[in-house]
Design a protein around this ligand. Structure first.
Ligand SMILES: [Zn+2]
Ligand SMILES: [Zn+2]
Length: 340
């Protein structure tokens, strides 16, 4: 197949997976508040979406395999380049590769978002600001220092530990990529595991005896910006961010390519959740923005466990919940669902 066509297919599949996996509850284009307002249970609605994804993947794996066949060679060629760049050394790939890949993704994407806050440009983006009345509160220098500290002094030791844990568990360390259906199912499983890990650890961090010692730091500003996503206490970064993300790949013994794909989704989703803008065609960050504004609701990422535990009752009554969907229009959701 022509190189550019193969490249385009790979990019499209990657972007689709990006949007789909990072926005399960609202990925089918219908705000889940609609299901709620109609009287059905939103938790069931979210679970149905998830089961739908599993069913499609399981029943239509033939087509996914065919699709992967079209772009898989390209992905394999890219992976070969990465693999050889680290001298076919699994340790170097798992530790230094993961560190460089996740950190550069964080800064490149994060700065794209945060520079809008910093410079106020492009002006056309400002209409998508969620807390449009809030003045910009975040000191960039301080955020950059803390995030770099977490990435280097917490992230690198954690990746070393993760490498030995993965070896102890046994993982797919080969150069050959797994089949496409397996990558999709494993990433979906990682999404679920991270939801469980993040929800309960995050809720624990909000316990009145623990909050002021650790998590208060992440809540220093009620209106976050993308690069402040990893602005937190090192203990929080270890327990809530890194451990909940590793849970899926560790349980499954995933291939490093699958892990990197999953890490890129979660980095994107974390940055998007903190960016403070509800852009069209991107997952809605309304739920986590609401958490930063109100503190005591929306502990999870997907919202499934918030439904289950009823920790989204106030959110569901709010305008933010009405705006919490993947917008496919250039009209800002605030205009579609105004405050009054
Ligand atoms: Zn946050
Ligand atoms: Zn919190």
């Amino acid at each position: 197949m022509h190189y550019h066509l193969r490249y385009s297919i790979s990019c499209c599949s990657y972007v689709t997976a990006f949007l789909f996996c990072s926005s399960f509850p609202n990925c089918v284009g219908q705000p889940y508040h609609t299901a709620y307002l109609k009287g059905s249970n939103p938790a069931i609605y979210s679970s149905c979406n998830l089961s739908l994804v599993f069913s499609i993947v399981a029943w239509r794996s033939r087509y996914f395999t065919y699709f992967w066949g079209a772009s898989g060679d390209f992905a394999q060629n890219c992976w070969d380049v990465v693999y050889e760049a680290f001298g076919s050394n699994e340790f170097a790939l798992a530790v230094w590769g993961t560190f460089l890949f996740t950190s550069s993704l964080y800064w490149i994407l994060g700065l794209c978002y945060s520079l809008i806050d910093w410079t106020g440009r492009p002006a056309s983006a400002l209409k998508y600001k969620i807390q449009s009345n809030a003045s910009f509160q975040v000191p960039f220098g301080k955020v950059i220092q803390v995030v770099l500290f977490n990435q280097i002094f917490v992230g690198i030791p954690f990746f070393i530990l993760a490498y030995y844990l993965l070896n102890w568990r046994g993982y797919d360390s080969g150069k050959d990529l797994p089949p496409f259906w397996r990558i999709v199912l494993e990433v979906a499983f990682c999404v679920l595991m991270a939801e469980i890990g993040f929800y309960y650890s995050h809720r624990l961090l909000h316990h009145r005896r623990i909050y002021k010692h650790i998590h208060k730091m992440h809540h220093e500003w009620t209106s976050p910006t993308a690069i402040s996503a990893m602005y937190c206490h090192p203990v929080e970064h270890l327990v809530s961010n890194l451990m909940s993300v590793l849970l899926g790949p560790l349980l499954l013994g995933s291939h490093m390519f699958t892990s990197w794909l999953w890490f890129s989704l979660i980095v994107f989703n974390t940055l998007n959740s903190h960016c403070g803008f509800h852009f069209p065609f991107l997952p809605s960050p309304e739920n986590h923005d609401f958490h930063h504004l109100n503190l005591n609701e929306n502990y999870g990422g997907l919202g499934i466990l918030d439904k289950f535990h009823g920790t989204d009752s106030e959110f569901l009554k709010s305008k933010a919940s009405q705006r919490h969907f993947l917008s496919t229009s250039f009209v800002p959701v605030k205009q579609l669902y105004p405050d009054s």
